[in-house]
Design a protein around this ligand. Structure first.
Ligand code: FUL
Length: 475
């Protein structure tokens, strides 16, 4: 018996040493997360009673009849979203006031009780259809905080929330993303709710395994830590969530902004921001719509830092996207198209140079993230890209093959003219995409040098542009 126990102890010890010797597994994105990364830019739509009361957080005691858009047209929303380059729309199916934009079985504060279409309308259903028609993905924001529901603040409300999720998914799914707001205030009975998030998560996983779930700490997509649309210049797709909660108790905002270099989970950041100061439409903010240039700058600070860009565009009391917002969005799309049209790396020579004169021709700028270059011996290598003539350049875009993880910690771009360095730009993470812009220089080549990496760097795309000087990222 004694010998047997010692043997067992020995085996257990050996297993421990073996496990320590092995490199810890790095988390990888799921298929649904990879598809999400590819969306890059999509809309948020905040719409509901607040649009009519002028509030940002309705109390849930507003009469349902107040919701009465005169010309609501979800096809107009989808058409403008498409024209702006967005890949999808996430709608506030229910905000904190509890008002449901569809005739939910689980609430008495819904479009059914409103004046709109004599109670026979369904905004969620209409938008689901419009998104399909325009080739957009569709997602929903379903506020767990409900200032109207009589059961809020009791255990029974968790059943209500689960049933409401199921109802939405079954009637209007599939959704590309499900949005959980961290806000947790008092309901009509003056009590706060203990949200049963594990159960909420299980419900989505069972009914909609391809939907990514957003909240402060995921499980699939994390909040970026601010509502300005700005990700950290260093931005890891990894996050440690152990010991943290949603809302109060979430990780510090700079952690959400930058992620954790050795975080245990793949939970990339999403940058939510409104095109206007408020999330809901207020006529008083008509002159405060962000300009195409401001939107472009936010694109650089979100997508250009490896995160996704969730831009809120709130319809007005007519139920339409206001002319000012639509003009700005179309202008933004034009800036993207014009400035990223002419990739200087296309047709250039691209080689991987490793000390000891190993040269390898490589292919970048083929738009195919599945093809990538492994830079095994990165301490002794550089990626060398040579234009066929001297060009003016002020923007370089790099992408990592994130299907294999995020590995690059830091590096630099060295621009050359006639083999003389003319500018060196240090950078930290790359991730899904990194757009680096700088005052223009004349260059006939540039090197990408990786300084530090967690494991083998894998670069899938490199491109270079001359963008309008006034669009160069403002720090
Ligand atoms: C916040 C909410 O309280 C705001 O009203 C808005 O919906 C924003 C996107 O999330 O937590």
């Amino acid at each position: 018996m004694k010998t047997y126990r010692s043997l067992l102890l020995l085996v257990v010890c050996c297993m421990g040493v073996f496990a320590m010797a092995q490199k810890p597994e790095q988390p990888l994105p799921t298929k649904a997360q990879l598809a999400w990364h590819d969306l890059e830019f999509y809309w948020f739509i905040h719409f509901g009673p607040n649009t009519f009361t002028g509030k940002e957080w309705g109390h849930g005691d507003e009469p349902s009849e107040i919701f009465n858009p005169t010309e609501l047209d979800t096809r107009q929303w989808a058409r403008i979203a498409k024209a702006s380059g967005a890949k999808g729309i996430i709608l506030t199916a229910k905000h904190h006031d509890g008002f449901c934009l569809w005739p939910s079985e689980y609430s008495t504060h819904t479009v059914r009780e409103s004046k709109w279409k004599n109670g026979r309308g369904d905004v969620v259903g209409d938008l689901a259809k419009a998104c399909k028609e325009f080739g957009l993905k569709f997602g929903v924001y379903l506020s767990p905080w409900d200032r109207n529901h009589p059961k809020y603040g009791t255990a029974a409300y968790n059943d209500v929330y689960v049933n409401t999720m199921k109802e939405l998914i079954r009637k209007y799914g599939p959704f590309f993303e499900f949005w959980w707001d961290g806000a947790n205030g008092e309901g009509p009975n003056g009590k706060k709710q203990e949200y049963d998030f594990p159960r909420f998560e299980q419900t989505i996983r069972q009914l909609a395994p391809n939907t990514v779930v957003f909240s402060d700490i995921g499980p699939d997509v994390r909040w970026v830590g601010n509502e300005k649309g700005i990700a950290g210049e260093t931005n890891w797709n990894y996050l440690d969530t152990a010991g943290f909660k949603r809302g109060v108790g979430s990780p510090p905002t700079d952690t959400l902004n930058q992620g954790n270099v050795n975080g245990a989970n793949w939970i990339p950041a999403e940058c939510d921001v409104s095109i206007r100061p408020g999330w809901f439409y207020h006529a008083t903010e008509d002159d405060k719509v962000k300009s195409p240039e401001e939107l472009f700058d936010l694109y650089l600070k979100s997508v250009g830092r490896g995160a996704n860009f969730l831009l809120n565009v709130p319809p007005d009391q007519r139920g339409l996207i206001h002319e000012y917002d639509s003009a700005s969005l179309v202008g933004f799309r034009k800036l993207l198209d014009e400035n990223f049209k002419n990739d200087l790396v296309r047709g250039a020579r691209a080689e991987l140079h490793t000390t000891g004169s190993i040269f390898k021709r490589t292919k970048f700028s083929d738009g195919d993230p599945a093809s990538f270059e492994r830079i095994n011996d990165f301490q002794n290598s550089r990626l060398w890209i040579k234009f066929n003539e001297t060009k003016k350049v002020n923007c370089i875009v790099m992408q990592e093959a994130i299907q294999h993880g995020q590995h690059i910690i830091s590096g630099e771009i060295e621009l050359l003219n006639g083999s003389q360095p003319v500018k060196t730009i240090p950078f930290t993470t790359i991730g899904r995409k990194r757009i680096i812009s700088f005052p223009a220089v004349e260059a006939n080549a540039f090197n990408i040098i990786i300084k530090e990496a967690k494991s083998e760097p894998m670069i899938s795309e490199v491109s270079a542009f001359l963008i309008d000087e006034k669009l160069v990222e403002k720090k």
